[in-house]
Design a protein around this ligand. Structure first.
Ligand SMILES: Cc1ncc(C[n+]2csc(CCOP(=O)(O)OP(=O)(O)O)c2C)c(N)n1
Ligand SMILES: [Mg+2]
Length: 336
């Protein structure tokens, strides 16, 4: 007989994960809607399909204490750490109520108050910053853990290897989490990585490394608890390859996913939808009926509609603000 997973989570925890994953999915759907209506500009990369990863890991952290940094697919991380959803949506739609007054956009959500350090658009660029956060914690003798998320494509950047070396050498309390959704824009993993077992990348730097599932939120949470606790106690880095899948295109402008993957592959992966999985579990364990699930989804849809409305009521920034908070002292001719 197949081995059955043993779940120790309470019904309340399961319901919380269901609500959070549903919220992220509906929020991201609204972002897609907004982009297609021409109401948000720049770039937009949603987290649909990958919800279990951020939800599981964020629940293992001490919120407002441990630090988190990620790339441009950043809405879920911010929301889970406590960023006000209206502010988050306002930033995505280029409105002044956003944490960067609408000038950062979707890729640059940043929320110091919740220990969320962004939101970065240059692939691989934020990874040394993650090590910097971990170094600061160690230097100040605080037991904060830093979690640095990166994509499978980003895992090939040279700066990652330099950072891994420093993290290993200096015993930095950092967890590198490669969100392996098997594709970098339209380039599949097997075309961009010489060794597709990305988890091995920590090993040459004497960093404990593992490949883990990221489609089952309960498993993710369990692994995350174990690893966060290990890093906090041992004050050493950890490297995780988190296996996931994104259901949407790379960004909102990527309309033809068939250029790099088949419909069959996508359909097969939809069968392991992390959100559907928790819904099935809630039903099977008689914690929540399908009707109640639908009612909650409806409730969250209304909530997100209201968030969107409030965000859109905030104005765009004044063009006069364009050089504010920009390091432009090298350009005195601008008169700023
Ligand atoms: C240095 C740099 N090179 C190229 C790009 C263009 N680019 C944006 S996203 C991306 C793919 C990254 O894929 P991955 O790291 O797997 O993240 P995912 O989008 O799957 O979350 C690329 C090449 C960039 N932003 N920065
Ligand atoms: Mg990827």
């Amino acid at each position: 007989m197949a081995k059955q997973a043993v779940y120790t989570e309470t019904p309340a925890e399961l319901e919380k994960y269901f609500r959070e994953m549903t919220f992220i999915r509906i929020f991201e759907e609204k972002c897609n809607f907004s982009y297609r209506q021409g109401k948000s500009g720049g770039y937009l990369h949603v987290y649909i399909g990958m919800e279990a990863l951020a939800v599981g890991w964020m629940h293992a952290l001490r919120k407002g204490y441990d630090t988190v940094i990620t790339a441009y697919r950043d809405h879920a991380h911010a929301l889970l750490l406590g960023t006000d959803p209206v502010a988050c949506m306002a930033e995505i739609c280029g409105r002044v109520a956003g944490p960067s007054r609408g000038k950062g956009g979707s890729m640059h959500i940043y929320d110091k108050a919740n220990e969320f350090y962004g939101g970065w658009g240059i692939v691989g660029g934020h990874i040394p910053l993650g090590a910097g956060l971990a170094f600061a914690a160690k230097y100040r003798e605080e037991d904060r853990v830093n979690v640095c998320f990166l994509g499978d494509g980003a895992a090939n950047q040279g700066v990652v290897f330099e950072t891994l070396n420093m993290a290993g050498l200096w015993d930095l309390p950092i967890i590198f989490i490669v969100e392996n959704n098997e594709v970098a824009m339209g380039t599949r993993l097997e075309y961009h990585a010489a060794d597709t077992e990305l988890w091995k990348r920590g090993l040459p730097f004497d960093i404990k490394s593992e490949r883990l599932d990221a489609m089952d939120v309960l498993q993710v949470k369990k692994d995350a608890d174990r690893i966060v606790d290990w890093v906090r106690t041992n004050q050493k880095p950890y490297f995780v390859e988190a296996m996931c899948y994104r259901y949407e295109g790379h960004g909102a402008a990527d309309n033809d996913r068939t250029l790099y993957r088949t419909k069959e592959e996508e359909d097969a992966n939809r069968k392991r939808d992390p959100l559907q999985r928790i819904k099935n579990l809630l039903h099977k364990r008689n914690i929540m009926s399908l009707e109640k699930q639908e009612a909650i989804e409806e409730e969250i849809r209304d909530e997100v509609d209201k968030i969107y409305e409030d965000a859109m009521n905030s104005p765009h920034p004044d063009p006069e603000e364009v050089y504010d908070n920009v390091y432009d002292d090298m350009m005195p001719e601008r008169g700023h």
